[in-house]
Design a binder for this molecule. Structure first.
Ligand SMILES: [Zn+2]
Length: 113
């Protein structure tokens, strides 16, 4: 879950990334209830990091014309405690963190009306 105060000045793209992330939590919960055998025994964030970051990145890329690295950074938001995050090289993690901070502060991206 996200702290919604963090969204106050954030870009539209950032808010959409957060929305997708939350929808994935709901989707995974529903999927698991429907068929408990579907998912590996991982926390949601690990499942999202492993299976959905690319899809989420591509959606943000096509929706907003963000370059793929910027879209990928937004897709990683909220997933820093995962093992898959830990596998990223330090320079990439720093870049992702900086991009997300800029979007959270509204320095990058479209301003919400
Ligand atoms: Zn989450």
């Amino acid at each position: 879950m996200f702290n919604t105060n963090a969204l106050n000045n954030s870009s539209e793209e950032y808010r959409v990334a957060v929305f997708f992330h939350e929808v994935l939590h709901a989707y995974l919960a529903a999927l698991f209830v429907a068929d408990p055998s579907v998912l590996p025994n991982l926390p949601d964030h690990d499942t999202i990091a492993y299976n959905y970051v690319t899809v989420l990145s591509l959606n943000l890329h096509y929706m907003y014309g963000l370059d793929i690295d910027e879209a990928n950074a937004l897709a990683w938001e909220g997933l820093r405690e995962t093992a898959f995050w830990d596998l990223r090289p330090e320079s990439i993690k720093n870049n992702i963190t900086a991009i997300n901070q800029d979007h959270r502060l509204g320095i990058r991206g479209h301003k919400c009306k």
